[in-house]
Design a protein around this ligand. Structure first.
Ligand SMILES: [Zn+2]
Length: 1029
């Protein structure tokens, strides 16, 4: 968990009219492409800042004293973790597998949850959830109209039954037509079977039938109910109620109307409606960008695009006291190599020749729009440390009447948020230009991989994908060299030099001390050696066809690849295709230490830790030599992902995992991943440095990174899908007028072997008003931060403690808002800031993720895998991962190219006449209701009925029918831009595989624990009430 646990930082600010920039005229930068050909490109440089020409350590503004890497959140002073009632007991109804009918709502009706239903109903009735765009609207008068503002009080609704609390006094209901004597308390059965978008289901659901005289009839207006409930605000016992609350006669129960609590879909759709399809210009400080789920065109006008940097809040609190008060994490999620759509301008390349980039003498910040030129242009004041610097003679330019350089719009570094610099030799390792990177393919040829055809599949595919090695835009062919190794207990190196008639193999049996047996001919240019390479790839499957070797090594494989890169003096990437637990005698040998008994104990964390420190030191060596490791895993049993995945994670590589790989079902997914991975944009041998203006600094980093000190973020490589999340803390006061400035600089080697600096700048507001802070928050970024900090903490703390901290901090953030920013109202009201309306639902998804909450059907390896994946996710990927996209397919308009509007992830939204597509970035499901329309089934599957659908398929058949075409198009749109190929699973309603699918209906109570959204909201509300008291 991040240092200081979850204590977040500060608040706010004023909307500043930008940073004094007026809209630039585009097209004045000369060649916008990366063609700027570097007079002198080089090699890995010293640490970004550290390596200023001259080798001075770039010190930030006056070093803020010893870093306060405090205890983890659990021990953070001042806020002892509140007890979170933990997951409800395993629902005994789970295996029985109830069909979808509103009357079954299995998640709510099990005996174990009866108490919570009661409790819930009363809480819900008691609370009014309002969201105030301005933070100040009085309750009951929320913004009219926009569906974005869930308003829970005063909504015109049919009469609702009031709520009963255990032991509460029974109020005689005023007789009405509905509840007159003898009237059944059961409401008309208005529940829609389907839960499809349509009229909100009529509120109440009763269960079990109330005892006469104890129920409240209908007829109370919501207001009455509210005040009634409001009087019940002390929550007896823990939530969700203990057995004590079960005692007594059956109570009237009310199911909360899920349509009345904030909907993630509504929030997403509202943002799309207001900001989608527009141009978003980054010209003003502290402006909150559109959500990651909204498509728009981004125009850089002085701040980095949100595709590169997103923040948890765009307004920082002025003081650390304010920050502590609100506990909102101050963090940025940085994706320095994010893919930019073709309709947006690519980064300009600035080349100052031998002069190199212009930098502040004191803090080493790079020239950027935050530097203020003075004295007729002869000097400039650094926006980060305030140092006044001389402008180097080659860079001098006169100022205009408003003090701006005459060449303002001609220089990207003066007017844009993001750009690149050609780096000079000072930024290269050993002051030499770097060699182009190399890719080494390393194939596990042990018995099972040969037998199941995997080795053959890989070899065949490589022949194709090697044609697509990444290259510089202006180059004819790729500069990347390639090499090949196979292994089981020993390593086989191959000489594929272009002048050979046949490839040559060299075996290294000493896996304890791996050396590289050949230099010349190991790493080659693919085009030159194509025939030898194809020859080799044809031979490999045969070469080991008779091998019975089951045992494998793993650490020596990485070691070998790294040594080969080292010997060739180049950075690079290893592609390892591996299947088993490495049990052969060698460094990094692993044993099966999976132990379900550790679950829910203080030792559970060890399941996420590597079982030997060999991999940790190997990762460190790899990073030091610019060796990135990407691992394709094909496990059929426990392989210890926590250990095997460590090097990929820390070297900026990717871990792909295909459980029980079966050629006919899984090869497409694997091949898509392999192609994507080889072709993706990537920077090698990278060092990232975050500079900030005075008053705050980066204190913690999460991602595929390695840090040898507290400031230099080292990455063997970083690709377009990887993000680093950075947390900031105050070390002084921030000023509202100057704001908070962030500069992210990444020094790296391109695939063509050029040394470059990529700079991203972002300016945030600062305020001494808490309301400003809350107004500028971004929940998707907050969840990204919370997930990473929690998943990092998993290595050191009991999961229960981590969950408690998350719940506690959520409640704290919301309570602070309630207390300081919302207008006075009854304590029973739950009031959520507009920017955090969906924080509870997303937070609950995080809490239920299998990393933080074990489930019997999820393996230890799967948990370790998901933990590692999330650590490098950007905001868009984490948003989808925690709250999957669920689309109704049966309502498709085959004439339209837009995706259908998503629905909320809850069983109650499905219908047995419907077909739904669900995706979370890793998995994709097509769920078919038992009464799916036959014409749709025919159209999609080309079979006559539901019963004829073969659920073994992982891709849809290509049927020449508009339904089929549209659905396949939708699937490809969803898949686009996602780093992992999603395997499609066909799920029929009421068949066993549906159990897996149900786990993704994240608003519902989990089959094996994990609260429903409604329950969690009540839990948070209760915590808030306690904090306010
Ligand atoms: Zn400076």
């Amino acid at each position: 968990m991040s240092q200081q646990g979850y204590v977040a930082t500060p608040p706010y600010s004023q909307s500043q009219p930008g940073i004094g920039l007026s809209p630039p005229h585009y097209g004045h930068y000369g060649d916008p492409s990366h063609a700027g050909s570097p007079p002198g490109m080089m090699k890995p440089a010293g640490p970004l800042g550290a390596a200023a020409p001259g080798g001075m350590l770039p010190h930030g503004p006056s070093p803020p004293g010893p870093q306060q890497f405090g205890q983890n959140g659990a021990h953070a002073q001042g806020h002892p973790p509140q007890r979170f009632p933990g997951p409800p007991p395993v629902n005994s109804a789970a295996p029985s597998y109830a069909p979808y009918s509103p009357s079954t709502q299995s998640s709510y009706l099990s005996p174990a949850s009866t108490a919570s239903v009661t409790q819930l109903a009363s809480q819900l009735n008691a609370m009014h959830i309002n969201s105030y765009g301005s933070g100040m609207a009085p309750p009951g008068q929320g913004p009219p109209g926009p569906p974005s503002a869930p308003l829970f009080q005063g909504l015109p609704r049919p009469p609702q039954p009031s709520i009963m609390q255990p032991g509460s006094q029974v109020l005689p209901p005023p007789p009405t037509a509905l509840n007159g004597p003898g009237a059944s308390p059961l409401p008309p059965s208005t529940h829609r079977q389907d839960g499809l978008p349509g009229p909100a289901p009529l509120n109440a659901q009763y269960q079990p039938p109330p005892v006469p005289g104890q129920t409240l009839g209908t007829g109370y207006s919501p207001q009455q109910a509210a005040s009634y409930g409001g009087g019940q605000l002390s929550y007896p016992g823990g939530f969700p109620g203990g057995p004590a609350q079960l005692a007594g006669p059956p109570q009237l129960q009310k199911k909360l109307d899920p349509d009345s609590i904030p909907s993630p879909i509504q929030v997403i759709e509202n943002d799309r409606a207001t900001r989608g399809g527009q141009v978003y210009a980054t010209n003003s400080r502290g402006q909150v960008p559109p959500l990651v789920t909204t498509d728009c065109v981004i125009q850089d006008q002085g701040n980095a695009s949100p595709r590169y940097i997103r923040c948890t809040t765009y307004c920082f609190p002025c003081t650390s006291d304010m920050a502590k008060q609100a506990q909102i994490p101050l963090a940025a999620v940085i994706k320095p190599f994010a893919t930019i759509p073709s309709n947006e301008t690519p980064l300009y390349l600035v080349n100052h020749g031998e002069n190199g980039p212009v930098r502040c003498n004191r803090c080493k910040a790079y020239m950027c729009p935050f530097m203020q030129f003075i004295e007729g242009g002869r000097r400039y004041q650094c926006g980060f440390c305030n140092c006044v610097n001389d402008v180097p003679p080659f860079y001098f330019q006169h100022l205009d009447h408003i003090g701006r350089r005459l060449d303002h719009y001609e220089k990207p570094e003066l007017s844009l948020g993001s750009y690149e610099y050609v780096a000079t030799l000072d930024y290269c390792r050993k002051n030499k230009p770097p060699n182009p990177p190399a890719f080494i393919f390393m194939i596990d040829v042990s018995y099972s991989n040969i037998k199941n055809g995997l080795v053959k599949l890989i070899c065949e595919e490589l022949k194709t994908v090697l044609e697509k090695l990444p290259k510089e835009e202006q180059e004819e062919t790729s500069a990347i060299r390639v090499g090949f190794i196979t292994y089981n207990k020993v390593l086989h190196f191959f000489n594929v030099k272009s002048n050979l008639a046949q490839p040559q193999m060299m075996v290294v049996t000493d896996v304890g001390e791996v050396f590289v047996p050949l230099l010349d001919g190991f790493l080659v240019n693919y085009q030159e050696s194509q025939s030898v390479i194809h020859n080799l790839l044809d031979q490999i499957p045969e070469m080991f066809a008779d091998s019975n070797e089951n045992e494998t090594v793993f650490a020596p494989v990485i070691q070998a690849g790294m040594e080969a890169l080292k010997a060739a003096d180049c950075p690079g990437k290893l592609f390892i295709f591996h299947s088993s637990l490495p049990t052969a005698e060698a460094p990094g040998k692993l044993k099966n230490r999976d132990d379900k008994k550790l679950i829910n104990t203080d030792k559970e964390k060890t399941l996420f830790q590597p079982q030997t420190n060999v991999y940790d030191s190997l990762a460190k060596d790899c990073v030091a030599h610019g060796c990135c490791v990407t691992l394709f895993l094909f496990p059929s049993q426990y392989v210890d992902v926590a250990s095997l995945g460590l090097v990929p994670q820390l070297t900026g590589g990717t871990l792909y995992k295909y459980n029980n790989f079966q050629m006919h079902m899984d090869s497409q997914q694997f091949l898509n991943d392999l192609r994507n991975d080889i072709e993706k944009k990537i920077g090698f041998d990278a060092i990232m440095r975050i500079r900030t203006s005075t008053g705050f600094r980066a204190t913690d980093f999460f991602g595929g990174i390695f840090m040898n000190n507290t400031t230099d973020v080292e990455m063997a490589a970083i690709d377009c899908d990887k993000a680093v999340t950075v947390e900031f803390k105050h070390d002084d006061k921030l000023a509202e007028d100057s704001g908070a400035l962030i500069q992210c600089a990444v020094l790296y080697t391109t695939t063509g072997g050029q040394r470059r600096l990529r700079i991203h700048n972002l300016s945030l507001n600062c305020s001494s008003q808490l309301a400003d802070l809350y107004k500028s928050c971004e929940t998707d970024a907050l969840i990204n931060f919370f997930a990473k900090s929690a998943f990092k903490a998993v290595l050191h703390q009991p999961l229960k403690v981590i969950r408690e901290i998350l719940v506690n901090q959520t409640a704290h953030m919301l309570a602070c808002y309630r207390k300081n920013c919302a207008s006075p109202s009854a304590a029973s009201q739950l009031i959520l800031p507009d920017s955090m309306k969906v924080l509870p639902v997303y937070m609950n998804c995080l809490l239920k993720n299998c990393v933080l909450l074990s489930r019997p059907e999820i393996s230890t390896d799967e948990r370790a895998y998901q933990r590692q994946l999330v650590m490098t996710m950007g905001v868009a990927d984490s948003q989808l991962f925690f709250y999957p996209q669920l689309l109704p397919i049966h309502t498709l308009d085959v004439k339209s190219t837009t995706l259908p509007t998503a629905i909320r992830c809850s069983e109650s939204r499905l219908s047995e006449e419907g077909i739904f597509l669900l995706a979370n970035g890793l998995n994709m499901f097509l769920w078919l209701g038992v009464s799916s329309p036959p014409e749709l089934i025919q159209g999609i599957f080309n079979v006559p009925s539901f019963a004829h659908i073969n659920t073994d398929m992982t891709t849809l058949p290509e049927v020449g029918n508009p339904y089929s075409q549209t659905l396949r198009m939708i699937i490809s749109i969803i898949q686009q831009k996602r780093p992992y190929s999603m395997k499609l699973t066909i799920v029929k309603q009421r068949e066993q595989p549906e159990m897996v699918f149900r786990q993704f209906l994240v608003e519902d109570k989990g089959l094996y624990g994990g609260s429903s959204y409604v329950d969690f909201l009540c839990c948070v509300h209760k915590e808030i009430c306690q904090l306010l008291n």
